[in-house]
Design a protein around this ligand. Structure first.
Ligand code: PMP
Length: 307
């Protein structure tokens, strides 16, 4: 990913892709105190637009607040940086990755005295869990790793250090031949995927873990709550057990990268019809209508990169 043409926004400058580097003594590289986002831009009839950019940037700043990292940038500057990297790299649809980290002035756990930096990069990235998974559903496995307890890692921060847990869970599941992991909270209730929020459908009602299970407050999750309301579907946020998932009619993951990905199997137990369920498909279609600019009700969630 580092060896390609293009430009990356780094501390208010557009730098050559290959020159966007940090020093090996960067504090965040050693202790993991950094925050990031995953954002997508879609090619719409009105040109390329970034989906819920302001909400992502707000979450980035909130993550930094939780980690006590005062970012020396305004939200407007970071928003503009997103638009700029899409334009300058001439991307139609893409994934965007903003990241803020601590510099290399000093090491030691106490981070004070380090400068704070930010970058935004953009590149093409297709369906996170595969095109086939989007149509047929993916196979997942309950992880032996629990999602962070809410007082061990800050689960509402999209913090760099939170992701070793996600990596371990994802590797365990994929090494065992599954597509993704499902993490339970420390009390044993369903929390989320390694990089996705989780939903089930049972008797026409949608259920998703409430945020006390330590899941990230996903922006796609929130979009799906709006979609469900528009479709007249009830959504209940509550504790969910893994056997409730086995006997659910449908299940799906949501995330900026994963979008709306159907789940057809958990722990080798087929869920519902063992393929993408009808309500999941309806939500998926509605999601793609919104992000692709085909639903005027949500035009305010789209930021044109050229305006
Ligand atoms: N949970 C985790 C752990 C994630 O990394 C992500 C991806 N950001 C999500 C949930 C989904 O969040 P969003 O819909 O805001 O991308």
């Amino acid at each position: 990913l580092s060896d390609r043409d293009g430009k990356i926004w780094l501390d208010r400058q557009l730098v050559e892709w290959r020159d966007a580097k940090v020093h090996v003594l960067t504090h965040t590289l050693h202790y993991g105190c950094g925050v990031f986002e995953g954002v997508r831009a879609y090619q719409t009839a009105q040109g390329t637009q970034i989906f819920r950019l302001h909400d992502h940037t707000k979450r980035l700043f909130n993550s930094a607040k939780v980690l006590r990292m005062p970012l020396p940038f305004t939200q407007d500057e970071i928003n503009e940086a997103h638009k700029e990297v899409v334009r300058v790299n001439q991307l139609a649809s893409c994934y965007l990755r903003p990241l803020a980290w601590l510099g290399s002035e000093k090491l030691g756990v106490n981070p004070r005295g380090n400068t704070i930096h930010a970058m935004v990069a953009a590149w093409e990235w297709g369906a996170y869990l595969g095109e086939e998974g989007m149509a047929r559903g993916i196979r997942i496995k309950t992880s032996s790793f629990n999602r962070h307890h809410v007082n061990i890692q800050m689960s509402q921060a999209k913090a760099v250090s939170n992701y070793t847990n996600s990596i371990l869970a994802n590797l365990e599941a994929t090494d065992d031949g599954y597509d993704e992991a499902l993490l339970l909270d420390t009390a044993g209730f369903v929390s989320e995927g390694s990089g996705e929020n989780f939903f089930i459908v049972k008797d026409g009602v949608i259920y998703t873990p409430d945020l006390s299970a330590g899941a990230l407050n996903g922006i796609t999750r929130n979009t799906v709550l709006h979609i469900a309301q528009d479709l007249g579907l009830e959504v209940v946020q509550k504790r969910i057990t893994r056997d409730e998932v086995y006997i659910a009619d449908e299940a799906f993951f949501t995330g900026t990268a994963a979008e709306v990905t159907p789940i057809r199997e958990l722990d080798r137990v087929e869920i519902g019809i063992g393929s993408r369920g009808p309500i999941t498909e309806q939500i998926q279609m509605a999601y793609f209508d919104i992000v692709n600019g085909r639903n005027p009700k949500y035009a305010h969630w789209l930021t044109p990169v050229n305006a």
